[in-house]
Design a protein around this ligand. Structure first.
Ligand SMILES: NC(=O)c1ccc[n+]([C@@H]2O[C@H](COP(=O)([O-])OP(=O)(O)OC[C@H]3O[C@@H](n4cnc5c(N)ncnc54)[C@H](O)[C@@H]3O)[C@@H](O)[C@H]2O)c1
Length: 244
């Protein structure tokens, strides 16, 4: 069944909590219907759906682990079909794993790459046939792609640097179709990933605190909006001036 609406149509991959939930909610505030994918925690997905609806947006949720290629593709297609197309794709889903190089095992390495790199490629590939001309793709990278993080972050940083390179190069392929693609690189942000580390991380931020998810969502919504139409292939770091 196709849902008709005059609002723009967005899909947030990994929109049940943290930064993704904040982006889903902010896009709803700014005039989007929003579909999200999520892996688990149906309670989290429900809270995100309620927040989208509270701001007048139609809200849909699809359970799909980004490391499951078929499930991810099906979720993107189902969201696009339900909305009758897509205007905005946000690929937010990402995993942090502490991986000192001497002890990292194959399942951990494979899962990290499957979600943080392969899942980004597959989500974009699956969404492209459904994106309107003038459509927007936004990936959520990390400032670890461009600034040193902490020992044990090398594989995560590598995965986020790969996303930045993917975005930079894909911008060339997508430009003729009028679709822009940009990458946001947050620093430490108050979500499950940083739980219990706020004070330690804040000490490395010149602005003296870590980010709130809504601050990342605000930038995402601007990039998805009409004033950002000339920007593509960019990685925007938003990290309070994070330093070693
Ligand atoms: N929190 C930070 O400090 C921080 C900093 C820089 C970048 N990031 C990036 O921001 C993004 C969101 O992270 P967060 O901090 O909100 O984390 P989080 O753990 O709170 O949320 C992760 C999100 O990704 C989804 N997700 C996780 N694994 C998934 C999988 N296998 N398949 C599908 N969805 C999956 C979850 O449903 C959730 O919506 C990630 O890409 C992360 O790398 C976070």
């Amino acid at each position: 069944m196709t849902v008709s609406s005059s609002r723009r149509r967005a899909l947030v991959i990994g929109g049940s909590r943290g930064i993704g939930a904040a982006i889903a909610q902010r896009l709803a505030v700014d005039g989007h219907d929003v579909a999200i994918t999520h892996v688990s925690r149906p309670d989290g997905a429900q809270a995100s759906l309620d927040a989208i609806r509270a701001h007048g947006g139609r809200a849909l949720a699809f359970q799909a682990d980004s490391s499951d290629a078929d499930a991810l593709r099906q979720a993107v297609a189902a969201a696009a079909q339900a909305f009758g197309g897509l205007d905005v794709l946000v690929v937010n889903a990402g995993l942090y794993r502490h991986t000192p190089i001497g002890s990292v095992d194959l399942p951990t390495l494979d899962q990290l790459l499957a979600v943080n790199i392969r899942g980004v490629v597959l989500a974009i590939q699956a969404a492209l046939p459904h994106l309107s001309g003038g459509g927007r793709i936004i990936t959520i990278g990390s400032n670890t792609a461009v600034r040193s993080g902490s020992p044990g972050s090398s594989l995560y940083a590598m995965s986020k640097a790969a996303v930045a390179a993917l975005v930079r190069e894909l911008a060339l392929e997508l430009a003729p179709s009028g679709i822009t693609i940009n990458n946001l690189q947050p620093g430490p942000t108050a979500t499950d990933i940083t739980a219990g580390l706020d004070e330690k991380l804040a000490a490395r931020v010149p602005l003296g605190r870590i980010a709130q998810p809504a601050e990342i969502a605000s930038l995402a919504s601007w990039v998805a909006g009409p004033e950002a139409g000339y920007m593509t292939g960019s990685s925007l770091t938003i990290d309070g001036g994070f330093i070693l």
